[in-house]
Design a protein around this ligand. Sequence first.
Ligand code: ASP
Length: 580
Amino acid sequence: MYRTHTCGELSPDQIKQEIKLSGWVQKSRDLGGMTFIDLRDRFGITQLVFNMEVNAVLCEDARKLNREDVISIEGEVAERSNKNPRIPTGEIEIIVKSIQLLSKSKLPPFTIEDQTDGGDDLRMKYRYLDIRRNPVKNNLLLRHKMSAASREYLNSQGFVEIETPCLIKSTPEGARDFVVPSRMHPGEFYALPQSPQTFKQLLMIAGMDKYYQLVRCFRDEDLRADRQPEFTQIDCEMSFVTMEDILRTFEGLTSHLFSQVLGKTDISFERISYADAMKYYGTDKPDTRFDMRFVDLNQIVKDKGFKVFDQAELVVGINAKGCGAYSRKELDQLTDFVRRPQVGASGLVHVKCNEDGSYKSSVDKFYDQKELKLWAETLDADAGDLLLILAGETGKIRFALSELRLELADRLGLKDKSVYKPLWVTQFPLLEWDENSMRFHAKHHPFTSPMEEDIPLLKSDPSKVRANAYDLVINGVEIGGGSIRIHNKELQKQLFKVLGFTDDEAQKQFGFLMNAFEYGAPPHGGIAFGFDRWCALFGGSDSIRDFIAFPKNNAGKDVMIESPSVIAKEQLDELGLVLK
Ligand code: ASP
């Protein structure tokens, strides 16, 4: 027997009891005749004491121990004279009677402390040591809590967890597939699922009614910061539901997670259409913890001789509350910010609303005080506020202003991490025109149903068709998305046609699904949540990597096991693969 208790549970209740503990040596301190060791396991830290006068041999043994050695000890629980209120076991210590060394440790390449001296690469290479540290360990515990609470809620609502295969055929979700060569069928390949989309729809046709799965998905996308080639979804599908049923069900899931994981019970859900999200926030994932809505100024700024505004498709502004006293330098910083290539605006117009009721702007040459006052009123500005205005092509300018809005929120400290604002974004466009391929792409995926009233537009003006699709956004982070699906073969065929598939191609790629539609497909819809991102949001971090036990780095590599890696020539031969 290695232990009677964990290192996180002893309290004054066990004083005088004989106990056994096992764990890692966190650190030891020699204080004259006494040696103290902090013994650590996943559950906590317990202080061990050795007294030179009571047992010199044992004390010498203790002094020989190094950080991260694994030991087992027997001893008696005693009250501490020097109590530590910051840890749960801080009122007791163990007077050790025997030590057993279970496993020696080399000197770790970085310190196993909350604040470590290890750089990112080193910590990834020795991820098993990194996980011993509280911040990483706690993230994994939070993740576990999230998955357990998700299952708890979905089970309580009659969902059934069903596994779908990992070796499949491509499903078009817009990214590249990872493929796996088939040894038995040389020249043929499986694809790893980008999501179980078609399988969950087939499960609805199969009559399973409510499905979920915490499922690994794979997307071979170009590497961007904080993307992982494999990630986890909470994937769900329901039969005989409208969008309203789905939103309500998953508001339930979201509220459950908030209360179980963060102890928050006052969560409410807002809704906004895609069109309004773009109009008021310039993005389909607005952070609504703060207002700073866009105000369209087209009607009031034109024809005063200022070319930039006159020629612009859109002139749009925000009110930076309380920033009227910004210095030249601060205004220059904002201008530099919007001019960055990633933001893309060519300049920034500002109007300071002075405390004395006058206005000072960067376009005073073209606009008088009366006109600036009208702008200020339109933007709901008071004395002391700052108007920031961009002009240009609608899409570009909305994007740039949305970035500026977020930058200002950072500067003004408006992104309160303890506040959560869930928002459903609905009525997405069904299709997106792609200039490169000169054809439409599905904005969500090709199985998404158009809104009933827009179906006639599929023939006349496909770009105007709105989808029965929805995203859940929390604090500007897209947490999940889904849609009501097409469940009718003819409509699905029509959509594939709009997407540029010939009947033959559609049949070849998706015949299995369209054929299934002919055997009684119930109306159905669903949603999938990005589980890693949700964990990161709840953990107060921007990085999903921190919430994955063994993540890949930004170059898509696992530096611990060194993957991807080359494989032997024999293996290639067996798979019928020849490297160029
Ligand atoms: N399969 C979709 C995705 O991965 C989600 C859904 O439509 O349910 O984004």
